[in-house]
Design a protein around this ligand. Structure first.
Ligand SMILES: CC(C)=CCC/C(C)=C/CC/C(C)=C/CC/C(C)=C/CC/C(C)=C/CC/C(C)=C/CC/C(C)=C/COP(=O)(O)OP(=O)(O)O
Ligand SMILES: O=P(O)(O)OC[C@@H](O)CO
Ligand SMILES: [Mg+2]
Length: 231
């Protein structure tokens, strides 16, 4: 399934322990993809481990690159984040420039999918690592979404509230201004109600930490998201 049609995504953090039994449930849940990624502690060893274990199942698997050292062949897609509201160019384009300088000749460009992140929870790891300016109004976030779609032509705009449930009004306002760029929402989904609510607005809903905190609830979000049909 093309990433443009994904509705539900489980984000599996290679730096976190997960049993084979839990991973099987996640892979067989009906989710559209397993997105392997985390802000820190991601190494080639834990990425290989998770890739081999997920590959036993038919679900697509994508790597969300957080550092070049942990990239390996064998994923269906490679998602490349740029944190648009980072105060440091490193997280917007410098690491990317370095990676392309080194590997540009051998890159399979069609497998790469660029994501424009807007990180809105000041307390989350990714906000802190990337020194994101999270003190943004609704209009600021809308402007980042327009920058992503109309200026940079990014295929994905990702509203990231990692660890906390986001502001529905901001997400809705962003959705209204996007046409071709897909809107990913991620952050703090712990109930079926939240999953359904964000699925009514965003193109794609990303569920992460609840996998590790309450697997049963996590599995229920798949049905909740898939049950929301476009009017
Ligand atoms: C074999 C093969 C296919 C080779 C390809 C060659 C190659 C190296 C291609 C790379 C191309 C490229 C341009 C790479 C960019 C490199 C790079 C390092 C970019 C920086 C990415 C970036 C901005 C990372 C910052 C962190 C971030 C946005 C991570 C995404 C994941 C995320 C937000 C997780 C959520 O946080 P979490 O860790 O879950 O937090 P908690 O633990 O608190 O839950
Ligand atoms: O872990 P949670 O809070 O569910 O967030 C999901 C994802 O957006 C993290 O990058
Ligand atoms: Mg996480």
């Amino acid at each position: 399934m093309d990433y443009k049609n994904w509705r539900h995504v489980f984000k599996v953090d290679p730096a976190k322990e997960i049993s084979d039994e839990s991973l099987e449930k996640i892979c067989e849940s009906g989710t559209d993809v397993i997105l392997v990624g985390g802000t820190d502690g991601v190494t080639i060893d834990n990425v290989i481990d998770i890739l081999l274990r997920v590959r036993r199942f038919s679900v697509p698997v994508a790597l969300e690159i957080s550092n070049v050292e942990s990239v390996l062949a064998g994923f269906d897609y490679y998602f490349i984040p740029s944190v648009l509201n980072s105060r440091e160019t490193k997280w917007v384009k410098d690491l990317h420039h370095e990676a392309i300088k080194e590997y540009g000749d051998v890159m399979v460009w069609d497998e790469l999918v660029a994501e424009g992140y807007c990180v809105l929870n000041p307390d989350c790891k990714v906000a802190q690592v990337t020194n994101a300016n999270t003190d943004l109004t609704k209009d600021d976030v809308i402007a980042y979404a327009r920058l992503a779609e109309n200026y940079f032509k990014l295929p994905i705009f990702y509203i990231e509230y990692s660890g906390t449930y986001g502001d529905k009004e901001i997400v809705s306002s962003v959705k209204e201004v996007l046409n071709d760029t897909k809107l990913f929402y991620g952050g703090g989904i712990t109930t079926v109600e939240q999953a359904a609510e964000m699925a009514q607005i965003a193109d794609t809903v990303v569920v992460g930490n609840i996998i590790y905190d309450d697997l049963k609830q996590a599995l229920k979000t798949v049905e909740a998201v898939k049950g929301v049909v476009d009017e």
